[in-house]
Design a protein around this ligand. Structure first.
Ligand SMILES: *Cc1c(COP(=O)(O)O)cnc(C)c1O
Length: 497
């Protein structure tokens, strides 16, 4: 399978696309076509465990990788998840499910892809004959950074650095990152918000001069953000897996459609759901849930993507984003794969802060995506209600998705023609990753200390505290630098010199 750039021209194999991270023309790599998964194959996947399901789907894209080895890598990756099933689907109520993606090493959904990605990257180098070391740079709104650091730490031939917005991550997220071990890692805080951070990193990725200078030091530059297909494609598997779990537990018949609600930031997670749909998974509506930063909600309402607005800091910091990278891949598809048009729109976005899609494109987008946003008070209420009703503590991002899923349910409740479908809410983080805000939602109490929050949530809910979060408590912080976005490049050069 080959990959092409959303901005035209460039072509790459799967291995090359993972290694490069981003196309030379500034576009994002997308598969040349969507491989299909038949009902029969979905049936076969029902008999598989999670690593087998993941390897089965990945091999449709990464067909130059050895299948056995791919399966081995998935087995190894998901053996690092806690509990019997790495990606459990939990039934909450009639037709309401939570898909728990947070049982990996860093307690957020980024682990699902970032535990497999080091294999995809290193093998990708081997397949495409890359001899240099690889330098992985991640801009993070909190969770990608730690997941990438954990995934790549102590790997030979790879160096990994993560940049996070100084005031844009939870205390626990920050503590996770700055205590990372390994001698091939670097972490720094960046003055500004996540968009500043991501834009600066993308600029380096897109600069031939920077790439050349880094190459001069013996490194090939790559990305661990969801602009990299190595991040995106492993995420498709859990949508299929959830469907299989519904089938095998007799809660669904083959071919019946399922809705998914996804807490959205960079649009990577929900784009994977869209890819799953394109591959043949019976998906009804995708609920694109945003917090107060409702760029996407507006985009799906009026067809205009407009980042000329303030970015709010919320209790779901991994969703505090204005420039959602993967929307580029989505509008590429919606435009009928018009690369010139996509390039023009991205140019407009970076120059004027906005672009619009045509009326018929908007209609198409809205035919299967419901985009909605919620505010902090409604999210808090939703987390509280959910705990009262089901004894289940959701994290703040999942709370956003649940809150918007409720809005969607209310909107279609009056529509007699609407098909009644199961709703799977995608749960992206452990509540213990955002202990202060979750405790506040559950009890109305503010605590200053993250671990006091952890302890109280545990007393209240009896939910097990992940070892990964317990053990960083007494680890010394290793990385204390705070740099301006302009200084990121210098830090990178220093790190590899
Ligand atoms: C990254 C993240 C999101 C947003 O996912 P995208 O793929 O960026 O849309 C939501 N919730 C949590 C906990 C995250 O870490």
């Amino acid at each position: 399978m080959n990959f092409i750039s959303t901005r035209g021209g460039e072509r790459a194999t799967g291995a090359q696309a993972v290694v490069k991270g981003i196309a030379g023309d500034g576009g994002l790599f997308v598969p040349e076509f969507f491989p299909t998964v038949s009902a029969e194959e979905i049936g076969e996947m029902c008999a598989m465990d999670y690593p087998e399901r993941a390897a089965f789907l990945l091999s449709k894209y990464f067909d130059e990788y050895d299948r056995e080895e791919l399966l081995e890598a998935c087995r190894e990756a998901y053996s690092r998840f806690v509990g019997g099933d790495p990606i459990p689907l939990v039934r909450m109520d009639e037709g309401v499910y939570l898909l728990e993606l947070f049982h990996g090493p860093t307690c957020a959904f980024k682990d699902v892809a970032l535990t497999v990605m080091p294999y995809l990257l290193k093998k990708g180098c081997e397949i495409s004959g890359v001899k240099e070391n690889v330098l992985v740079v991640a801009a993070t709104s909190g969770d990608t950074g730690k997941a990438a650091l954990e995934g790549f730490k102590n790997h030979d031939g790879v160096k990994i650095c993560a940049f996070y917005p100084e005031d844009g991550v939870s205390k626990m997220q920050k503590l996770q990152m700055v205590t990372t071990e390994g001698d091939n890692v670097f972490v720094a805080a960046v003055k500004g918000n996540f968009d500043d951070c991501q834009t600066a990193v993308k600029k380096i990725m897109n600069s031939p001069e920077c790439r050349a200078e880094i190459a001069g030091k013996g490194y090939l530059l790559s990305s661990a953000n969801s602009i990299n297909v190595g991040r995106l494609l492993p995420q498709i598997a859990y949508y299929f897996s959830a469907y299989c779990d519904l089938l095998t537990s007799n809660q669904l018949k083959m071919g019946q459609r399922v809705d998914f609600a996804v807490p959205t930031g960079n649009f990577g997670n929900i784009l994977s759901a869209y890819y799953a749909k394109r591959m043949g998974l019976p998906v009804g509506t995708l609920v694109c849930a945003s917090n107060r930063n409702c760029v996407l909600t507006d985009f799906f309402k009026n067809g205009s993507y407009n980042i000329k607005r303030p970015l709010f800091r919320t209790m779901s910091p991994s969703m505090d984003i204005l420039v959602s990278s993967n929307v580029e891949r989505f509008i590429f598809e919606i435009s009928g794969r018009d690369a010139a048009l996509t390039a023009a729109r991205m140019k407009s976005l970076s120059e004027t802060g906005k672009y619009s899609v045509r009326a018929e494109e908007l209609k198409e987008m809205r035919s299967f995506i419901y985009a909605g946003c919620t505010n902090e008070a409604d999210t808090v209420e939703c987390i509280y209600d959910f705990f009262m009703d089901y004894g289940y503590p959701m994290d703040t991002h999942t709370g956003v998705a649940m809150s918007v899923a409720h809005k969607y349910a209310e909107e279609i409740a009056d529509d007699k023609d609407a098909e009644k479908r199961p709703m799977v809410v995608v749960s992206t983080a452990s509540p213990y990753k955002f202990p202060q805000d979750v405790l506040y939602a559950l009890t109305g109490n503010d605590v200053k200390d993250s671990y006091k929050g952890v302890k109280r949530i545990h007393l209240l809910t009896a939910m097990k505290v992940p070892e990964a979060l317990k053990e960083i408590r007494y680890k010394p912080p290793r990385f204390k630098d705070v740099v301006s976005p302009d200084a990121i490049y210098d830090e990178i050069l220093k790190f590899i010199s």
